[in-house]
Each structure stands twice: as structure tokens, then as C-alpha cells.
Design a protein around this ligand. Structure first.
Ligand code: AMP
Ligand code: ZN
Ligand code: FE
Ligand code: FE
Length: 285
């Protein structure tokens, strides 16, 4: 069984439409794929409609959080997408992405970059707008050669010249909301240090005590040493260990199914969740 529990579609900052993404997931031989767009579930319906036979979809989202000034992401799986408290919080974060992107565009214009909201809005389409869309605009304009190159202090990295914060949820509140909606909470790429400061282990222990279910260990942003350390911490704290590609289509270099999750861990996630069931593919359209 090959299980990839972290992917993005055009519902946020990935480049494959949800239907395209599940077809590719089946084509690369995955048995289970989770669709975890930033702060939104709007890609789920299309993914379910297109789901090929033999592929199971885990519905999810990646929630933008911040603890003591450190941005971090929490993956939420199999929660009830209609549950009002979590839904309201997702909408709050997602809606704040628009003025925030416009603010970053204003900063870029002050730096002499002729980027416009119209351009970024076109690139984002109906996806929840984020820095990768602004980065793609900078690539189109020839300011930087790749999306990755826009994530520097010169441009869009945390604290960079054109960076702006958005509303982000306290992770303890996010865990409470996810559990309240019947979902399972996994700390995404907790050791991704090249993105900025990371959350200390003591805080992960506090989150585990507050109901965090797992940590994502096998991820492209973690080196071997980081993975070993996180695996040890997970064992100590009784947390599940996941592995995932964090696929973003052509907007990132990672390949669908590049990292995967142990079937036993996946089984445990499905046992703990009661907000939604994994969706078995019925052949798709
Ligand atoms: P946002 O939620 O709009 O702040 O954008 C966050 C997204 O930007 C992440 O999910 C990544 O896809 C991407 N990102 C963040 N930091 C980096 C980085 N250092 N290099 C490449 N992509 C990054
Ligand atoms: Zn992303
Ligand atoms: Fe993330
Ligand atoms: Fe992600």
C-alpha cells in the first residue's frame, strides 16, 4: 500500500486541478492520497467526482497556524467540513489571504516590481491565494528564475522585504477545533528550518498533551538528522509518524508519492477520525 497524506491542488497553491491530481495519484501507483489544500476544502468535491477506481481519497486541509511568532502548519484529516467552528476559522484565515497578498504586492511595487493584483489573482484563480502565487508572478515578470528563488529575504520569505503576515490560528485552538470536528491533527513538516524558525520540542510536547495526533517526519524539507530526531520525539510522546510529498504540481520540485506513510499509521488515523470517512474511488469521470 502506498499512501501520500499531503498534497495541494489549484484549490490553494498547487498547479493541478483536484481531478487532475487524483488521476496522477492513481497513475503513479498510490493507493491512498490526501488532498490538503491550505485553509480550504473546496477541492474535495471535484477530487471525489474524478476519483479513479483503486484509489482512496482522504479529505483534509492544511491549517495556517502561528505560535509565539513562529508560523507553522497543522494537517487536519477526515474532519466534518461543515462543522461551523472549524469552518469559520478556515474562512477567517482564507479571507485574510486576499488583503495580505495585496499588501505584499504593494510592497513589491514600492521595490519597483511591476506586479499587479490582477496578475496574481489570475494566477491564483479560485484557489486560496498565497505567497507561491505571488512568487509565480515574479517568475513571469523575470524578477526571479524560479518560485523557490522568491522565498528569500529579498522577496517573500518570512520577514523578507515584501513579506506580510496573515491571520493564523493558535495551534492549540486549531487542535481543539479539528478534534471538535471529528478530525485527526498532524503537525506538518515541524523541522522545516529553511522556511524560518521552527517550534521547540517542548511546545510539541504540549501540543501532544493537548490532543495532537502525529507529526509529519518524512518530508522533503527534513534532512536525515531532523527525521531521526523527530522520530525519537514522536516515540517519546506517543505521536503517530507520517510521511508525505507535500506535492504542489509544477510549483514545487517534490514528486507525488515521493514520501509515504506506513499503512498501520494510516489505519490508526482512520480509526481515530469520526468527522468523515475515506472515499473509495468509484471510477471517476
Ligand atoms: P503562505 O501560506 O501564503 O504564507 O505560503 C506558504 C507556502 O509557501 C508554503 O505552503 C509553501 O508551499 C511555500 N513556501 C514557504 N516557504 C518556502 C520556501 N522557503 N521555499 C519554497 N516554498 C516555500
Ligand atoms: Zn503550499
Ligand atoms: Fe505546509
Ligand atoms: Fe503543504
Amino acid at each position: 500500500m502506498r499512501i501520500d497524506l499531503h498534497t495541494h491542488s489549484t484549490a490553494s497553491d498547487g498547479t493541478d486541478a483536484p481531478g487532475e491530481l487524483v488521476r496522477k495519484a492513481a497513475a503513479v501507483g498510490l493507493d491512498v492520497v490526501a488532498l490538503t489544500d491550505h485553509d480550504t476544502t473546496r477541492g474535495h468535491a471535484e477530487a471525489i467526482a474524478a476519483l479513479p477506481e483503486g484509489l482512496t481519497l482522504v479529505t483534509g486541509a492544511e491549517l495556517s497556524c502561528r505560535l509565539d511568532g513562529i508560523s507553522m502548519h497543522v494537517l487536519a484529516y477526515l474532519f466534518d467540513a461543515e462543522e461551523p467552528a472549524l469552518l469559520a476559522e478556515r474562512e477567517l484565515v482564507r479571507d485574510d489571504r486576499v488583503p495580505r497578498a495585496q499588501g505584499m504586492i504593494a510592497k513589491l511595487q514600492e521595490l519597483g516590481v511591476p506586479v499587479t493584483w490582477e496578475q496574481v489573482a489570475r494566477i491564483a484563480g479560485d484557489g486560496s491565494v498565497g505567497r507561491p502565487h505571488v512568487a509565480s508572478a515574479l517568475v513571469e515578470l523575470g524578477v526571479v528564475p524560479t518560485v523557490n528563488d522568491a522565498f528569500t529575504q529579498d522577496w517573500l520569505a518570512d520577514g523578507g522585504r515584501a513579506f506580510m503576515e496573515k491571520h493564523e490560528t493558535d495551534p492549540f485552538e486549531a487542535i481543539r477545533l479539528i478534534k471538535g470536528a471529528g478530525g485527526v491533527a498532524v503537525f506538518a513538516h515541524p523541522g522545516a528550518s529553511k522556511r524560518g524558525r521552527t517550534v521547540p520540542e517542548a511546545a510539541i510536547a504540549e501540543m501532544a498533551a493537548a490532543g495532537l495526533d502525529g507529526v509529519e517526519v518524512d518530508h522533503m524539507d527534513h534532512d536525515a538528522e531532523t527525521r531521526a530526531r523527530l522520530r525519537g520525539l514522536a516515540e517519546e510522546l506517543g505521536l503517530l509518524v507520517t510521511g508525505s510529498s507535500d506535492y504542489h504540481g509544477s510549483r514545487k520540485t517534490c514528486v507525488l508519492g515521493e514520501y509515504t506513510t506506513d499503512p498501520e499509521v494510516y489505519g490508526e488515523i482512520t480509526r481515530r477520525a469520526f468527522g468523515a470517512f475515506p472515499v473509495p474511488g468509484a471510477g471517476g469521470v
